[in-house]
Design a protein around this ligand. Structure first.
Ligand code: G1P
Length: 290
């Protein structure tokens, strides 16, 4: 059986330029989808999968993320004295007991591969997950990462989450090359970062959920700069796949690209419609507008 996965890395150092001016003074990961910041959805998915150590790779101007996952004695005291028990519970329960946070700074924006490598001292020689919070994945059953940790226990190899993407859109994603594209788990024979449609090996695009064996760090150390002059996680995965098995995993659930305005709006509408407090009235409102 494969080792337990206890740690998850959240690369959150990106500038969020696609949401300017909203992100001029606020971390893009703190933008709310209905009533929770984007990063909280990612953390809840990790905690549900049994992760107990959250490693955030941050940068300047991201303090709000640290504050969000920290206790807030003033706010809690205020809610308590006003008898706001429900809100107090919501604030206190952001992280369950036994889950801890660690913050590592990425001093320069040198790419996703570099961000993951910055987490190496915090991860050590363990299997770990990487979650890109921009990809909000909604699923009524077990979350995407829980599906992957279960698969990891069975398969024992590194996993990359994928879904079918529009063949005209391959230049937006990492694209994998696999033998049996209809399988839920397929061994990866190659992976390319954002290829133009004519060069894409398939239409299976990488979604921001990865489960790695520690060998990924060696691959990251030895991978040169790639697309856009950045250290690409995709290139390190390609290198790793040459020496050990890496598999693509087709998850169940719906991914929203909350790094784009359209995806963010789509997530807001879907989660708004399902929200226990406002869902019914919001659905009625949507049905009435044209
Ligand atoms: C990153 C990865 C890409 C992957 C995508 C998923 O791209 O480099 O391979 O498909 O996340 O969201 P980014 O969104 O940082 O441009």
């Amino acid at each position: 059986m494969a080792a337990e996965v206890r740690k998850a890395v959240f690369p959150v150092a990106g500038l969020g330029t696609r949401f300017l001016p909203a992100t001029k003074a606020t971390a893009k990961e703190m933008l709310p989808v209905v009533d929770k910041p984007i990063i909280q959805y990612a953390v809840e998915e990790a905690v549900e999968a049994g992760i107990t150590e959250l490693v955030f790779v941050t940068a300047r101007a991201k303090r709000a993320i640290e504050d969000h996952f920290d206790r807030s004695p003033e706010l809690e005291g205020e809610l308590e004295s006003r008898g706001k028990a429900d809100q107090l519970r919501e604030v206190r329960d952001i992280l369950p007991p036994g889950v801890s946070c660690l913050y590592v700074r990425q001093a320069q924006a040198l790419g996703l591969g570099h961000a993951v490598l910055c987490a190496r001292p915090a991860v050590g020689e363990e299997c770990f997950a990487v979650i890109l919070p921009d990809d909000l994945i909604h699923h009524e059953g077990a979350g995407c990462l829980a599906q992957m940790t279960e698969t990891f226990e069975r398969e024992g190899c590194s996993l990359v989450a994928v879904e079918s993407v529009d063949p005209d859109d391959t230049a937006r994603w990492g694209i994998v090359d696999v033998a049996g594209s209809a399988e839920r788990v397929s061994t990866l024979s190659g992976i390319v970062e954002k290829p133009p449609p004519a060069e894409a090996p398939s239409n299976l695009g990488v979604v921001g959920r990865y489960l790695f064996r520690p060998g990924i760090f060696e691959a990251l150390e030895t991978t040169p700069r790639g697309a856009g002059g950045e250290y690409q996680l995709t290139d390190a995965i390609a290198r790793m796949a040459r020496s050990e098995r890496v598999a693509a995993y087709r998850f169940s659930g719906r991914r929203y690209d909350c790094g784009s305005k359209l995806g963010f709006l789509e997530a807001t509408v879907e989660l708004g419609r399902k929200h226990p407090e406002v869902g019914d009235r919001f659905s009625a409102f949507l049905a009435g507008i044209r």
